[in-house]
Design a protein around this ligand. Structure first.
Ligand SMILES: Nc1ncnc2c1ncn2[C@@H]1O[C@H](COP(=O)(O)OP(=O)(O)OP(=O)(O)O)[C@@H](O)[C@H]1O
Length: 261
């Protein structure tokens, strides 16, 4: 689903690369924690997947398509298949919860009759049924993050990128939010989550990719936040067992290439 081939990213006016010769593959349906110290390249990795930034060298492939070769007019179609969630929620403060989620569909030109059904369904999925008319400031931090997640998944993306989604939340709310992400993942969406939250990573025991100075230091299935010699982690299998794969919500590889023009 996502493949990095010898990817180096050096930002303009920067002397050292933010990502340095990174090669890895994330299979469809996986849930991956990306960990590492501040400045190790976690957000950069997510930005490259959505082609917010170009690579300096190497290739990022999403569903088999090299993002470096994707025509600019096809980038919006790529992004439609990728939901994003951030630490600071990024809700529209002057719109209700329902309007925030609906907006994500309106910009895609979805008809109102579809929006009317899908928005309440999605709010229910994230545990916010009945709260569609509230304003964001009338919600707790955890509820605001649920709105952001609803907005990110309302179009049933194949991939969900979460950059420190629990960074502003207390430990209990953080666990709830990651449980929600895990349930979205169980329905077929591939999830990449950058995090500093050791409790969460140790609780969920999913694949862990650890970065340091832009390099992959560790890549383990069912890993922990820091290497734990007392708990042997399985190395990431090169070929996944069929049981590890979920059915994707939709196939979209051809869509990305063809576009709707
Ligand atoms: N737009 C930019 N221009 C120049 N340098 C940047 C830019 N964005 C990030 N960097 C640099 O790239 C490196 C990696 O940054 P990145 O934000 O990917 O790290 P991170 O692991 O996500 O950090 P944090 O945990 O603090 O969010 C850092 O040295 C950072 O200063």
């Amino acid at each position: 689903m996502i493949r990095f081939e010898n990817v180096t990213k050096t930002y303009p006016r920067s002397t050292r690369p933010a990502l340095d010769d990174v090669s890895l593959e994330v299979e469809r349906g996986q849930f991956v924690f990306v960990v590492g110290p501040s400045g190790s390249g976690k957000s950069t990795m997510l930005r490259l997947v959505i082609r917010e930034e170009p690579t300096t060298s190497g290739s990022v492939l999403v569903a088999g398509h090299d993002l470096g070769l994707l025509a600019p007019r096809k980038v919006p179609r790529l992004r439609r298949q990728i939901g994003t969630v951030f630490q600071d929620f990024r809700l529209l403060p002057n719109k209700t919860v329902g309007q925030n989620v609906a907006f994500a569909l309106q910009v895609l030109g979805k008809p109102n009759r579809v929006i009317k059904h899908v928005v309440p369904e999605t709010l229910e999925l994230v545990g916010l049924e009945g709260k569609g008319r509230r304003m964001p400031h009338e919600l707790s931090g955890g509820e605001q993050q649920r709105v952001a997640i609803a907005r990110a998944v309302v179009n049933k993306p194949a991939i969900l990128l979460a950059d420190e989604p629990t960074g502003n939340l207390d430990p209990v709310t953080s666990l709830d939010i990651v449980r929600l992400l895990a349930s979205i993942n169980a329905n077929g969406t591939t999830v990449l989550m950058a995090t500093h939250d050791n409790v969460i990573v140790d609780e969920f025991r999913r694949r862990v990719i650890e970065l340091a100075d832009g390099k992959v230091m560790r890549d383990e299935a069912q890993g922990s936040y820091v290497p734990r010699p007392d708990v042997p982690a399985r190395p990431v299998p090169t070929e996944l067992d069929e049981n590890d794969l979920w059915t994707p919500p939709e196939t979209w590889a051809d869509d990305v290439v063809r576009g709707e023009d």
